[in-house]
Ligand binder design. Structure first.
Ligand code: FES
Length: 115
């Protein structure tokens, strides 16, 4: 039954589900080692944005949007990505990822420095 759900679930869902277990294994063999699919590099630097509570923002994860860092619907052509919904509790200036290689979806985690 479990294998059935893995077979029909979208790959991104399975990757996120198994992420905590990646790297577990013996020697250089991992039990689970999926490359996490990342979007195209829109810019090699983050952008500062002012975010307000009470609004829902959609961060572009595919890298194809012409309204970076926000989604403009371009992911529909790639069909492998979905925008990431973001909210804040209080007004906040946030540094959002534009390289799409972050491991903290939406927010810059410094991954762009390795590009
Ligand atoms: S801009 Fe993507 S991690 Fe910094």
């Amino acid at each position: 039954m479990g294998a059935f759900w893995f077979a029909i679930a979208p790959m991104g869902f399975v990757q996120n589900l198994l992420k905590p277990f990646s790297g577990m294994g013996v020697g250089h063999f991992s039990l689970i080692e999926y490359p996490i699919m990342k979007g195209a590099i829109a810019q090699k630097e983050p952008v500062a944005v002012d975010m307000e509570p009470g609004r829902k923002y959609y961060w572009c994860s595919c890298g194809l949007s012409s309204k970076q860092p926000w989604c403009d619907g371009s992911h529909k052509a790639a069909n492998q990505f979905s925008p990431v919904a973001m909210t804040v509790e209080a007004p906040k200036k946030a540094w959002l990822c534009q390289c799409k290689q972050t491991n903290n979806a939406g927010y810059c985690d410094g991954s762009h420095k390795n590009l």
